[in-house]
Every structure is written in structure tokens, then in C-alpha cells.
Design a protein around this ligand. Structure first.
Ligand code: FUB
Length: 322
């Protein structure tokens, strides 16, 4: 018995050492933050004293004018400058029902568990779908929480495209109610049950102008903010509401077209007293572009009335957060 226990402990220690050995350190030198890989569709959240940044991984060769993405990546930082690159904690292959395409995603924490909502192509139900993986640690390993997709294309029939069920964004409101937002061409939302892996009620659509994709839902001082990609090539715009069920008041452009990438996909967080706008562009000047994107970070500033100032995209990026 003691022998078995010791062996098990040894295996756990060796696994941890292996994971640590695969970690590498990145010191951001302005934007883009990560330059050794193409990273896209950032999502981030603060846990403990660190920011956890999750991205997709663009691996399309320069000759290919389409997305090629098979896994998601995880980075963490206690100061927004020194980033730990963790071993990839989630791959499309971790969802047995999925075919390919590790598209946009978001991780949220509830009661010490970490839920990773992802968009990916379904193997048997035509179109994109949303799955959810779960872990006990923000760095994973994550495993499929449901064994099937949470949202499939046949559940949303408002638009006749096969990629309208993408770009999940989740908020847990102050009263504990969680909501999932997602969409392309139509913005959808639904309540999630407390277990975070089942819908609680029907799927609703949101009436906001010129919605393309990439909804990001966040709350600050009793205002709900719904930012999203608009037009194509995309700029990021936003709407505000005092009620998560709307009506949403359109507030205009938050971030202009990047110029070097068709998409711009944003995440918005507060960390150590500052607000950040995390997005991607195609600015790595060797092979970067719409299908080889890179995560960037700039400051986000609120006005006194809660509206948000236009983002200034910089190549210097942000300073060390203390
Ligand atoms: O990365 C694939 C798709 O491109 C995402 O799902 C969209 O938000 C856009 O960034």
C-alpha cells in the first residue's frame, strides 16, 4: 500500500517537473507581446496575483489564405511584461465530437473550477459549435466537461451560415447567474446553469448594429459592456446597458481597423488598478497577417460617465504593472 502511494507521488512529482520544464519565459518588448508563435483571439482573466491569457494558435503557412488552428495556448503574468508560456492545455482532439479549428475561446472560474468555452468545427453536426472543457487549475490540464457540444449550429437558425456559433464569452453576474454570449452575424446569449455546462432556458438574440463576431461581455460599476467586432475588415465597437437583457445602447468605435489583419478580436480586463484592451493584429512583419496573427496589449480608459475612450494601438505596448 505504502509502496503504491509512494509510486503515485513520484509520478505526480515527475509530471509536474515535466510541465515546468516545458514552460518558457517571454519578456514582452512592446506589441506584439508574443513573437515566437502566432497567437490569435485572446481571452484573459485575473486569478490570484496573475493575468491568465488564453489564445488560439495560428499555424497556417504563408501560402494559405485561411485559418489553420488546432490547439489553444495559455500564458500567465504577474506584471503584464514577463509572461510564462505554459504547455498547451487544450487541443481540438480533446473533444472527441470535434473535427478541427481551435477558434476563439474564453476561460472563467467558478467555485475553484476553470471552464474553458471554445468554438470548433463539429465532426457530425454541420458547422461550428461551442464546447466546454474543465480543469482544477487555470493552466490545465483541461478535459471535455460534457462529452458533447454545448451549442451546435442546428440550435440557432436565425442566420443561414454554418459559422454563426462561434466566439463564446461568459460572465458570472454579481447574483451568481452566468451568461454565455456568442455569435457571428447574429449575437446570441443564454443563461448557464450553476454547473456551467448546461443552458438554463432559451437562446435569445441581441439587437445591436453591424455585428460581425467576437462579443466580449464585461461589467463595471453597474454598467454592462458588450464589445464586438463590426464590419469586415473588423473594427471593435461597443454598446452599454444597465441590464444584461438590454436594451443595449450603441456607443460607437472602440478600436479602429488594425490594417494588417481582417480581424481584431478583443478581451477587456482590469488588473492591478489599470484597464487593458487585449487584441490581435497581423503586425509581425515577416509573415504576419490575417491568418498569422499576434496578440497585443494596450491600455483602456473609461470616461467619468462610464463610456470608454477610443483605444490607442501602440507598438510600445503597456508598462510593467505593480
Ligand atoms: O480565429 C478564427 C476566427 O477569427 C475567430 O473565431 C474570430 O473571432 C476571428 O478572430
Amino acid at each position: 500500500m505504502l509502496y503504491k502511494f509512494t509510486l503515485l507521488s513520484l509520478i505526480v512529482v515527475l509530471c509536474n517537473l515535466h510541465a515546468k520544464a516545458q514552460e518558457s519565459i517571454i519578456i514582452a518588448k512592446g506589441n506584439p507581446v508574443i513573437t515566437d508563435k502566432y497567437t490569435a483571439d485572446p481571452a484573459a482573466f485575473v486569478y490570484g496575483d496573475s493575468v491568465y491569457l488564453y489564445t488560439g494558435h495560428d499555424v497556417a503557412p504563408k501560402s494559405k489564405n485561411n485559418y489553420e488552428m488546432h490547439e489553444w495556448l495559455c500564458y500567465s503574468s504577474a506584471d503584464m511584461i514577463t509572461w510564462k508560456a505554459h504547455p498547451s492545455p487544450l487541443n481540438v482532439k480533446d473533444f472527441k465530437w470535434a473535427k478541427d479549428d481551435a477558434w476563439a475561446s474564453q476561460v472563467v472560474e467558478r467555485d475553484g473550477k476553470f471552464y474553458w468555452y471554445v468554438a470548433t468545427e463539429h465532426a457530425t453536426i454541420r458547422g461550428k459549435s461551442i464546447g466546454v472543457a474543465v480543469a482544477d487549475n487555470p493552466r490545465g490540464p483541461f478535459k471535455d466537461a460534457l462529452g458533447k457540444a454545448l451549442i451546435t449550429n442546428d440550435m440557432t437558425t436565425d442566420v443561414k451560415i454554418t459559422w454563426d456559433d462561434i466566439d463564446p464569452s461568459v460572465i458570472i453576474d454579481n447574483d451568481g447567474q452566468a451568461y454565455l454570449f456568442w455569435g457571428n452575424q447574429k449575437c446570441y446569449y443564454a443563461k448557464l446553469k450553476k454547473n456551467m455546462i448546461e443552458l438554463d432556458g432559451s437562446i435569445k438574440t441581441i439587437n445591436i448594429p453591424d455585428f460581425t463576431e467576437a462579443p466580449w461581455i464585461h461589467k463595471r460599476k453597474n454598467w454592462y459592456y458588450l464589445s464586438y467586432a463590426s464590419g469586415f475588415p473588423e473594427k471593435i465597437v461597443y454598446a452599454m446597458s444597465k441590464n444584461i437583457n438590454g436594451p443595449w445602447e450603441y456607443k460607437g468605435i472602440l478600436n479602429k481597423i488594425a490594417g494588417n489583419s481582417n480581424t481584431n478580436h478583443q478581451a477587456i480586463i482590469d488588473f492591478k488598478g489599470k484597464s487593458y484592451f487585449i487584441y490581435h493584429n497581423g503586425s509581425i512583419n515577416t509573415d504576419g497577417g490575417s491568418y498569422r496573427r499576434s496578440v497585443c496589449i494596450d491600455y483602456l480608459h473609461y470616461n467619468n460617465d462610464g463610456t470608454i475612450k477610443r483605444i490607442v494601438m501602440t507598438s510600445e505596448g503597456v508598462k510593467k504593472a505593480n
